[in-house]
Design a binder for this molecule. Structure first.
Ligand code: 5GP
Length: 184
C-alpha cells in the first residue's frame, strides 16, 4: 500500500488553527489527525482521548523516556507531544495525517520526518491575534501575556516553513491550505 503523508500545521495560539483543521477534516475524508498528549488540564468541554490525552507530568516523562513521542515540547508551562505509534500506523495505512503543533515540535519533525509538508498560519496582525485570544475567554491574564509573547517568537520563525498562509478570511485561508496539500 502507498504510504500516507504527514502535514504539520503551526501558528501562534489564537490564530485559528483549530477552526481551519476542523473545516479541513469535514471537507476531506482522506485527512486524519493525531491526538496529542498533554500535561495541561482539560478546558471545559474538552474530552480525554478526543481533544488530547490528558496525562500527569510523570506519565509524560515516562513516554519521553520510552521514546514513545515523535516530537514533544514545553509550551506556556505545559508539555505537549505526538504519540509516535499512532502516527506511524496511520501513515502506513496510507492516511494523510495532520499534526497541529507549535514551533519546537515542527522543527523536530523537520529533522525526523523531512518529507512532511510544514504550513505556518499567520494572523492578519498582532492586534487581531490578541482580540482572538481574549475572545476565547478561557485564559487568565498571565496566560494571555505568555501566549502573546510566545506568538512573537513563533511568527519570527515563519520563514522556516514550506508555506505561509494568513488567516484573515477563513474560506481564502482554507483554499490556500487545500492547494498546498493537494497541489491543485
Ligand atoms: P492549547 O493549550 O491551546 O491546546 O495548545 C497550545 C499549543 O500547543 C498550540 O500551539 C498547539 O498547536 C500546541 N500543541 C498541541 N499539541 C501538540 C503536540 O503534540 N506537540 C507540540 N509540539 N505542540 C502541540
Amino acid at each position: 500500500m502507498k504510504l500516507g503523508k504527514l502535514i504539520v500545521l503551526t501558528g501562534p495560539s489564537g490564530v485559528g488553527k483549530g477552526t481551519l483543521l476542523r473545516s479541513l477534516l469535514q471537507r476531506h475524508v482522506e485527512l486524519d489527525i493525531s491526538v496529542s498528549v498533554t500535561t495541561r488540564s482539560p478546558r471545559p468541554g474538552e474530552i480525554n482521548g478526543k481533544d488530547y490525552y490528558f496525562v500527569s507530568r510523570e506519565q509524560f516523562a515516562e513516554m519521553v523516556q520510552a521514546d514513545a513521542l515523535l516530537e514533544w515540547a514545553e509550551y506556556a508551562g505545559n508539555c505537549y507531544g505526538t504519540p509516535r505509534q499512532q502516527v506511524n500506523e496511520k501513515i502506513h495505512q496510507g492516511k494523510w495525517v495532520i499534526l497541529e503543533i507549535e514551533l519546537e515540535g515542527a522543527r523536530q519533525i523537520h529533522k525526523t520526518f523531512p518529507s512532511a509538508l510544514r504550513i505556518f498560519i499567520l494572523p492578519p496582525d498582532m492586534d487581531e491575534l490578541e482580540n482572538r485570544i481574549r475572545g476565547r475567554g478561557h485564559d487568565e491574564e498571565t496566560a494571555i501575556a505568555r501566549r502573546l509573547n510566545h506568538a512573537q517568537t513563533e511568527i519570527a520563525a515563519a520563514d522556516e516553513f514550506d508555506i505561509k498562509i494568513i488567516n484573515d478570511d477563513l474560506e481564502i485561508a482554507l483554499t490556500h491550505i487545500e492547494t498546498a496539500i493537494f497541489n491543485i
